[in-house]
Structures are given as C-alpha cells and as structure tokens.
Design a protein. Structure first.
Length: 438
C-alpha cells in the first residue's frame, strides 16, 4: 500500500470484479422473477463486498454495511436502516425507457438495474435513495434556438399493489453559444457523473486507481480549458479563469482522488462498498460523499432551531481550534472531533465526562443528557439524519485518538499521503490548462 503514484495505484484493481459468477447468475435470476436483494453485512472481517455487491446492483436493492459491528454502538443504526428500507418511498416490478427527440440517442444507463433488452431497464425495485443516470450522444446537428426533448417513461407497481405509469418530459433549449452552456452548468450533476463514471470503471476490475484518477482529472481540465479558450480568451493565459458555476470543480476532483474509493490505502471492502454506493448516488448525495460538511458545533447556541444550519469550515486541519468541537458528515457517517482544550464544563454538559481522555471512540456513543448543550447537539445530529434520509452512525473522536485518522482522511484540502493539498492541485490543474494552449 502507498500514496498516489505507487505500484498499487498503477495495477488494475482486480478484486473489485466478482470473484465467482455464482452471484451474478443468482442476481440475474432474481431480477427475472422481480425479486430485489437487500444486503445487511454485519461482519468483523473481510466479507468480499465486491462479489456480494452484484446482488443489490443487478436487482435494484440496497447494500448496508456495518464494519466491526458492535451491538452497543451500531444497533440503533441497523434498526433504523431496516425500518427506512421498508417505509421509504419506493416502487416495485418497474420497467423504464428513455426516449429523445431527433438528433439525440441513448448511449447507456448507469445505476442499480437489470438490462435484458437493448431499450428497457428492468428494476425489481426502485427507491427514493437512488438514481438512474442516462448518457446521450449527438447523432446529428441540432437546430440552434429550438428545443430538444427527453422523455422518461416508468411503468411500476406501488407498494399497495396498484399498477401505474409515470412520465417525465424535459424540453431543453439548444444553444450554439458555449457561454450559455457554462452559465447553465450544474456542478452537483457534473460531480455526480464524475463519481459514477469512476465507480463504474473500477468495479469492472480492469481499471487501475491511477487511470480512474486521470480520467476524472482529464474531464476537469478539458471542461475548464474549453471555458478558458472559448469564453474568456481576452484574459492572460497566466491567469486561472474559472466559470462561475464550476469554480470548485477542481476541489471536487481532488476530493474524488482522496475518497475511500480511489485512495491507495483503502481496504478492499471499504473501497468496494464506497464505489457501489457511488454508482447509484443521487446528485444531492454525491458531493458530500467526497467533500463532507464540517460544522463547528461548539458554536451552536443552547436553544437552537434546525434548519437553518450553522456555517461550515474548510476541510483543513488549520481550521480546527484546540478548544473546539467539530461535526463532520458525509451523508454516510458522522464524526464528532473533540479538541484537547475543550472546557471541562462543556465536556460535562455534552458528553457527561470531565476529562477528554475519558472519551474512547471504540466504546463511546453520543449520550442524551438533560442539559441544553446535549439536547442541542443531539438535535443537530438528528437534523442531519433527517436531511440525509439515513441514520448515519455517529462516532466521537478526541484529539490523539487511535481512530482519529478516519477524521483527518476527510480533510481533503491538506496535503497527505493520498495526494496534494488543494492549493497545489489548483496549480497543477492550471499548468495542465496552460499546456493545452501550447
């Protein structure tokens, strides 16, 4: 194992492909009978998530994983995941087809589904936590100033047994002015597409980490180069000019490089689990999965109302105050980092301890105390869970904790074994754009 550029990065990640065709065959047969498979993995060792993951991936199911499951710490999450799995908005026995107007054609689909015919996508189940992506291609020149239409038709059964059809139609303006395209760009959607493509490539077992990173970087550089060349050509090439809607695209590209799916030091199960979730992610959930939100919770008032949410800090250790507490959430987990100089009265009010060394991450759960500070912190965590439609396991880490690396690994703006700092990466992207002009 090693950092970016090591031998680990350069070799195809073969273990991400299913090790046995048995699960693929089982998944296809289940999908043919409209059976969806949800996996709840409560293991303490290697599970081969990559092989098992083909079951929910092909049948539209969901993968739930609880590494090193501890009844005391993880049961509440398991209980809530089971409950939400049954109660969330979902449809059954679905068939989906996308049509496009003249000049556009469907290339492929992405997500958790079974495809038995060239035109339709079969979904034994579909739910509100996933999305299906569709790639389109230009088949002929589109008339400037008019509209192109895309229509998605979904035939499905409700959980109460009613057969329904749902149709969405988009009429999109056609423009030959590249500036209009950049002004209408959707950063979350583009980031989601970048994550999905990297996940799909790696899960084939034939792609290396370095190649997946290069593909994401090439996409980012090509996008910014096109803007620089065609929309901001009057400025000096010595300046890094970014489109307003995509200003943090390089930051999200770096964050993807440092994610558990692409960093070299991730375990096989951690990597496979992250990539499988990335493959079916929504635009809303994609960004926090690579660039989490970090809230200074020591600044929360004693009697707050959420939302609105407090302001976040940059993902850099420079922003961590030794007498502060920070809550980092990525849509999948919550980490609460506690500085060593947090006042004793605040520790007592929030966690029921008088010394920071009494917090042991392996056994310490977030308590619910009858104090304003504890009630405010728990209310904030519950607000995060409702917003994410996920219970999100909450882990408390003190400064110097053996498990603290899991928190620092998400501070992606710092230089680390996983890659450059954000400033260094931004300079690297700028040099690559300048080289394309030469």
């Amino acid at each position: 194992k090693g950092g970016s550029g090591s031998e680990v990065d350069k070799e195809p990640v073969k273990y991400l492909a299913p090790a046995d065709k048995l699960y693929s065959k089982m998944a296809t047969e289940a999908a043919e009978y409209q059976v969806a498979v949800d996996l709840f993995l409560l293991s303490t060792g290697f599970t081969d998530v990559a092989s098992l993951g083909v079951l929910p991936r092909t049948t539209g199911g969901t993968l739930y994983r609880y590494p090193n499951f501890d009844t005391q710490l993880d049961f509440a999450q398991l209980h809530n995941d089971l409950r939400w799995n049954l109660l969330r908005p979902q449809g059954l026995e679905a068939v989906m087809r996308l049509r496009a107007s003249a000049g556009l054609g469907v290339v492929d689909y992405g997500g958790f589904y079974c495809k038995r015919t060239p035109t339709d996508v079969d979904l034994p189940t579909l739910d509100s936590d996933k999305a299906i992506s569709v790639s389109l291609r230009y088949e002929e020149k589109l008339p400037d100033g008019q509209e192109a239409c895309v229509q998605c038709a979904l035939l499905y059964t409700t959980v109460s047994g009613e057969r329904r059809i749902r149709v969405h139609t988009l009429a999109l303006p056609i423009s030959s002015v590249l500036g209009n395209i950049f002004r209408a760009s959707d950063l979350e959607a583009q980031t989601c597409d970048m994550i999905r493509r990297a996940s799909a490539r790696l899960l084939t077992g034939t792609c290396s980490l370095i190649h997946a990173k290069e593909q994401a970087l090439t996409t980012t550089v090509s996008t910014l180069y096109s803007y620089r060349k065609f929309c901001a050509s009057n400025n000096s090439t010595g300046q890094l000019i970014l489109p307003e809607g995509l200003k943090v695209l390089p930051l999200y590209c770096l964050a993807l490089h440092k994610s558990p799916g692409l960093r070299a030091d991730a375990s096989p199960d951690d990597r496979a689990s992250w990539l499988l979730q990335g493959l079916c992610s929504t635009a809303y959930s994609a960004v926090p999965s690579i660039y989490p939100r970090n809230f200074p919770v020591h600044q929360i008032p004693d009697d707050p109302v959420f939302p609105p949410l407090p302001t976040t800090t940059w993902l850099s250790s420079e922003k961590l105050e030794p007498d502060g507490m920070y809550l980092l959430e990525d849509g999948r987990d919550v980490h609460i980092w506690v500085g060593r100089q947090v006042p004793a009265d605040h520790l007592k009010a929030c966690f029921g301890v008088e010394n920071v060394d009494q917090i042991q991450s392996a056994t310490f759960a977030l308590p619910q105390l009858d104090t304003p500070q504890s009630k405010a912190l728990n209310a904030f965590v519950n607000c995060m869970r409702k917003m994410r439609s996920s219970y999100m396991h909450t882990r408390i880490l003190k400064r110097g904790d053996p498990a603290e690396h899991t928190f620092y690994a998400r501070l992606i703006e710092d230089r680390s074994a996983a890659g450059m700092s954000y400033v260094e990466f931004l300079c690297h992207v700028h040099r690559m754009i300048q080289n394309k002009f030469q």
